[in-house]
Design a protein around this ligand. Structure first.
Ligand SMILES: [Mg+2]
Length: 399
């Protein structure tokens, strides 16, 4: 067995080398850490009068949405991404609390510094969520579950907040495990238990299965992991495209995606915030052109080559979506990027939702392109709308 090298010393080494070393290990140890009702928990921590009460973090505007609901609000059917106005109807005593993003970021930095005491292989998913590969860890603790326990305890001591952790041999199962005993949970899925666990799992809990995908699966008679495992690969790819292959593997407990730490430059991007939120098509078209100009400049400056173009849009109510498109050739000229950018922008429904921020980026460097042997599935899941909702930065849909 090869020993994994501290990634900090590997910056000059091709990335696939690191993956190969990881891939050759008999079993990886991955922890997924997810803060409980993060924004709401921070507010309740700092404003004692809110403790034990149903609160929703968000803006009380006509089109405001719930970023995070406290556990007290959830029995009323109040959850993240719900309209604030509907939330107030469902729970008349609901307290709407304005978000304090700077504070959430500070807590997030603090938590990440705890992670770094155990490993540098950290892949943040949002402010309150990250994967850690602790196969080799700095203190040399043999059991990942012991590391997860320590991390949870440290987070609570240093921030006064609770986290849930999931431990398994792959990202897919670690993520499901962290959600399994929330809040303040710790769940381990051992390799030998994985298949039985997945078989019983509802497909709605699979990573990448949002509302729309779930509906389609239900129509095909797929309700559980076991149902999914009984569907031939051909039918899955026919129905769900590339995601079909991913679902096929997930149903068998196969997910070889590595934990990709921040130090790998995964993308080049730029973003602009509008002075005033806008739904004006001309203004947005101009802004898209500016984004393309800036992106081209940065791609050149960083000498970066990637295949995937991603458009990020933040709406006036800080709801955020990302949409991506992958080309079969490197994106480096205006002729290559512009039509794709227009295509992505055409999918954004901004008539009723003024835009606050626009971002454009290129990712999927050839070094990080899936190695056919070690990464039979793609690094990024093609999420449907329900899932791309806020997955990039804020923990709104994962609290
Ligand atoms: Mg969370």
């Amino acid at each position: 067995m090869l020993t994994i090298v501290n990634p900090c010393t590997l910056t000059k080494m091709p990335i696939f080398v690191l993956f190969r070393r990881q891939g050759q290990m008999s079993a990886r140890k991955i922890i997924h850490v997810d803060m409980d009702q993060f924004f709401a928990a921070v507010e309740q921590r700092d404003q004692p009068q809110l403790r034990g009460k149903p609160i929703a973090v968000g803006y009380d505007a006509p089109r405001g949405i719930v970023a995070t609901a406290s556990y007290e609000a959830r029995p009323y059917g109040v959850h993240s991404a719900l309209s604030i106005q509907i939330a107030k109807k469902r729970c008349p005593q609901l307290i709407i609390v304005e978000p304090h993003f700077q504070k959430y970021k500070e807590v997030s930095v603090r938590i990440r510094s705890i992670f770094h005491e155990y490993t540098d292989l950290i892949e943040p998913i949002s402010l309150d969520e990250a994967f850690l590969d602790v196969t080799e860890n700095k203190p040399g603790i043999p059991l990942a579950v012991d590391i997860a326990k320590e991390i949870k305890q440290r987070i609570e001591e240093e921030t006064g907040l609770t986290a849930s952790a999931g431990v398994s041999y792959c990202k897919f199962l670690a993520k499901i495990a962290s959600d399994y005993r929330k809040p303040n949970g710790l769940c381990v899925i051992h390799p030998q238990q994985a298949q039985a666990f997945i078989d019983k799992l509802e497909v709605t809990r699979f990573w990448g299965v949002g509302k729309k995908t779930a509906e389609r699966m239900h129509k095909m008679g797929i309700y559980t992991g076991n149902d999914l495992r009984n569907v031939p690969l051909g039918i899955l790819t026919q129905s769900f495209g590339k995601a079909g292959h991913i679902f096929y593997n997930f149903a068998r407990g196969i997910d070889k995606r590595p934990v990709v730490s921040e130090w790998i430059r995964k993308s080049v991007s730029c973003e602009q915030t509008f002075e005033r939120d806008t739904s004006n098509a001309n203004e947005l078209a101009d802004a898209l052109q500016k984004s393309i100009d800036e992106l081209l400049r940065r791609l050149k400056k960083n000498n970066f080559e990637g295949y995937t173009l991603t458009l990020k849009i933040k709406f006036h109510d800080f709801r955020q979506i990302t949409r991506s498109i992958t080309s079969n050739h490197i994106l480096q000229t205006r002729e290559e990027i512009e039509p794709l950018a227009n295509q992505l922008m055409a999918e954004v429904d901004y008539d009723q939702h003024p835009i606050r921020l626009m971002g454009l980026g290129v990712s999927n460097h050839h070094d990080t392109a899936p190695d056919t042997l070690l990464q039979p599935i793609q690094l990024e899941l093609p999420f449907d709308y329900d899932d791309i909702y806020d997955v990039t930065q804020s923990p709104q849909s994962h609290s």
